[in-house]
Write a protein that binds this ligand. Structure first.
Ligand code: MEV
Length: 314
């Protein structure tokens, strides 16, 4: 049996504006993972996704599914016939909720295929294959989700620019609150595009303001300044509301976290549902978690951003 996995992700600052060339900051959530497990199957290649109620037989016929597309892309890249395997994909990451479940499942599946066929490839190549599938899921994705998930490192991401790893100086504690409402990133991204096309003169300044606060957020992470980062998250949520990608449920959870003393809170990912994040001090974890649950969160995860090994305190 061969297994491989990939983490969830959260966007700390800059979602949506990143699609228009502004920077964004994302971090992996290594405690929440998608996994793929391969076992020998003498009949051919089969992919089983119990969470999606899917069994895909990838024999001769072309199966129209994102996981089948990823499999074809990987096998073409390594010039390999479909191996005789049953690959089961499973995920602890809530679906369609801004945590990168699609990219994580694709990455885990690609990794198990590469391991089972003993074909190592560069992370950059893997990243570009997963990005192809993200385009099917998300329409016009910036590429931030696949990048942070494939590299499993905090990233300062600018579309079509070389990847910059972020050095985090300080320990930051986050709670992730799930509204329980799924929402497709593709739709939120498309609606922002329509808004932009309707009135670019109104939307561009919002995108620029998000870009400016992301740069300040990078500084906050690199100097260990949690209070500054928290304030920027609140400002970012306000700007995302103006882009119409928040929702009453997200706003309720954000307000509840702030009222319970969180340093900052915002929606994370595509919005309209899915997850929000709250930045807290570790001693606030119980109080803020209780407040989030009382305000309707169906799940609360904790994610600790660890100080980067090579980061210096300023
Ligand atoms: C989704 O996690 C982040 C968005 O900015 C879309 C993208 O960057 O592709 C909303």
């Amino acid at each position: 049996m061969i297994s491989a996995s990939a983490p969830a992700k959260i966007i700390l600052l800059g979602e949506h504006a990143v699609v228009y060339g502004q920077p964004a900051i994302a971090v992996p959530v290594s405690s929440l993972r998608a996994t793929a497990t391969a076992l020998h199957n003498e009949h051919g290649l089969q992919i089983v996704a119990p969470d999606l109620n899917q069994i895909l037989d990838l024999g001769q016929s072309e199966v129209d599914h994102a996981l089948a597309l990823l499999t074809r892309l990987v096998l073409n890249k390594i010039n390999h016939a479909p191996p005789r395997l049953t690959i089961t994909v499973a995920s602890q990451i809530p679906l369609a909720s801004g945590l990168g479940s699609g990219a994580a499942v694709s990455t885990a599946l690609a990794r198990v295929l590469l391991a089972a066929t003993a074909q190592p490839i560069e992370l950059e190549t893997l990243n570009s294959l997963v990005y192809e599938v993200e385009k099917v899921h998300h329409g016009t994705p910036s590429g931030i989700d696949n990048t942070v998930i494939v590299y499993e490192q905090p990233v300062y991401f600018v579309r079509e620019q070389p990847i910059e790893r972020l050095r985090i100086a300080g320990d930051f504690t986050l709670l992730i609150g799930d509204t329980g409402k799924t929402a497709l990133t593709k739709i939120a991204v498309g609606d922002v595009r329509a808004l932009y096309n309707e009135d670019p003169a109104k939307i561009q300044p919002i995108l620029n303001s998000i870009g400016t606060l992301v740069k300040a957020g990078r500084n906050a992470l690199e100097t260990g300044d949690a209070a500054l980062l928290g304030g920027l998250m609140v400002e970012n949520h306000r700007l995302l509301q103006q882009l119409t990608v928040s929702s009453p449920e997200l706003d309720t959870l954000v307000s509840a976290a702030l009222a319970a003393g969180a340093l900052g809170a915002k929606l994370s990912g595509g919005g309209r549902g899915g997850n929000m994040i709250a930045l807290i001090t570790p001693d606030q974890a119980d109080t803020v978690e209780r407040a989030l649950r009382a305000a309707g969160a169906i799940r609360v995860f904790r994610a600790d951003l660890q100080r980067s090994p090579d980061a210096h305190l300023h």
